[in-house]
Each structure stands twice: as structure tokens, then as C-alpha cells.
Design a protein around this ligand. Sequence first.
Ligand code: KG4
Ligand code: ZN
Length: 336
Amino acid sequence: KKDVLILAIESSCDETAAAVVKNGREVLSNVISSQIALHTLYGGVVPEIASRKHIEKINYVIQEALDQAHVTLEDLDAIGVTYGPGLVGALLVGVAEAKAIAYAAKLPLVGVHHIEGHISANYIENKELEPPFICLVVSGGHTHLVVVKDYGKYEIIGRTRDDAAGEAFDKVARAIGLGYPGGPKIDKLAKEGNPDAIHFPRAKVEDAPYDFSFSGVKSAVLNYLNGCQMKGEPVVEADVAASFQKAICDVLVDHAIQAVKDYKIPKLAMAGGVASNSALREAMKTACEKRNIPFYYPSPILCTDNAAMIGAAAYYEYMNGSRAGLDLNAVPNLKL
Ligand code: KG4
Ligand code: ZN
């Protein structure tokens, strides 16, 4: 059987990324140009700046991905690209670039859903992992509980009603003065704090056991900080970080384990930026070990946005016969 080499492109938010992936699971290169430093100045991603930066970087990033993999366009079997969901101007840069290369090099084009990419990141380091499994997708823009029925076949059984998990991390981090992006900073600071120091709420959504709501815990943290200020009490930031993080992790673990039990699919994976949170990994690992549930999660570099995960997803789409035309467009609110 001939190897399938895919050049994958990702530009849905603030990382310009390209990767070469062999047979969906072997990463030959994974190049990421992050704009985080640029957006930090504004406390969050500025869409217009993101689009402009993608245009500046994308050709270099792709060339670097090809060079590091020691391949040329002639060696490739297909081009995979994220076409949604995400920032429309940012997505358009990757989509236009992918179409141009596909046309010029006469290669098939495969459109990839960004969340499908995050989920597929799990295939790269866990060669034995195959569907069906339950996947908790937790990133800056998404919080989903997904039944991965087969390659390319998904059922979303739970979603957030308000903030995404990563968004809650980012907002709380800003409130305690840690800056953007907040997730990794809270993760670090929480290690020095007491997770049981302050009780923040764990929200349940009525009649929707797998849905999430994080705006309440975020408000509770803000109220707590205001209260301290009014009473002139000192705030122990590390305790706030640790207690907030525990409140989020408890809910994520609880819902994920419930889904594994109810759907009788005893295999769990995590994906997305928040899946690199060290407390969440530990809590989920412990919960799974206790119940003998195999548990998978990608390395941090494959959790946050990257193109290797898009290459993994594109491979299975390609093998299923999925092809995009040169009329492929960016779809900012694309459904899974
Ligand atoms: O997957 P990702 O790179 O982008 C989206 O598709 O949204 O996720 C970025 C999000 C940010 O909200 C960031 O704060 C969060 O992931 N994040 C973390 C950690 N690392 C990144 N949250 C908690 N703990 C971390 N270690
Ligand atoms: Zn993402």
C-alpha cells in the first residue's frame, strides 16, 4: 500500500500553521507561527490583525513545513485545510492559499472542520486509538462532548450554554491580572495555591446532563474579588486560581465520565487548548484509572492550534473520498 502524504494548513485564529503528515498519524513536520505576543498588547485576539499577520507568514510557514519534511509539492497526495469554524478573515487566508497550491500543483483539496482536527490530534501519538470513543473538546472557542462514532462521524451530545472553558480561563486570568492567554498562566499559578480555599459553583444545566455553563463560576470569581476589595481583605491569587481551576475541572470530569457510562463507550479522549491543563489531565486520569477507562490526550503542542491535527483529520476525510472544489469557502460557523 502506497503512503499518503498530506500538506495541511491551519489559520482559523491566531496561529499560522502548516504540517506534512504521513498516513494520518506520522508527523513529518509541524510548523507554527504564533501571533500571541502581538495580540497580548490588546488583551485578546484582534481579528483584523490576525488576518494580516497570516498573509505575511503563510508562505514561509508552508515552505518551512515542506523543507523540514524533506518533501516537495510533487511528493504530496493532497492538501488539507481548515475552512471553519473560526475568524472569517483568518480562515480565508488558509483557504485561498490551499486552493492556489491545489490548483497549481494539480492536487486534490480536502476541507477540514477545526474541531475534527482537534479530535484527530489524538491519533498522532496514540497509534492504537480508533473510534468509537468519547471526546471532550475544550478550547478557547469550544466546549463540546462528542461521540466519535467512526472516522468523520460525530455526534455532539453536550455543549456550553455560554462561555467556552478556555474563555473562562482567559477572563478569570485577566481579572486577577495575569494577562492573555490566561489558561497556561492560571495552570502555573494554581500549583502554588489551595484548590479547596474558596468554593466556586459547579453549574448543572437542567435536563441537559452533558451541557456546560461557565459564566456562573466566572461571575463568582469576579464577585469574590470585588468582595475582597470592598472589605479591604487581601486576595491570595494562587488560591483563587487553584479553586477556580478545580471548579472547572470537576464539571468537565463529571460530565465526561457520565457520558462514557451512559453511552457504554469505555474509551475517553481530550482535545483542544484546555486539554493541556495539568490539573485537568491529572483529575481525568485519576477518574479514568479508577474505572478502568482507557484515557487519551495529545501533547500540549498538539492540543493548542496546529496543522498536524488538520493533516490527521484530512487523511481520514481523504480516504473516505471527501474532496473540496476550488469554490471552497471559509465558513465561520461551520457545524460538525
Ligand atoms: O485550541 P486553542 O489553541 O484555540 C481554540 O481553538 O480556541 O485553545 C486556546 C485556549 C485559550 O483559551 C487558552 O487560555 C487555553 O486554550 N489554554 C489553557 C492551557 N493552555 C491553553 N487553559 C488551561 N490550561 C492550560 N494549560
Ligand atoms: Zn482550536
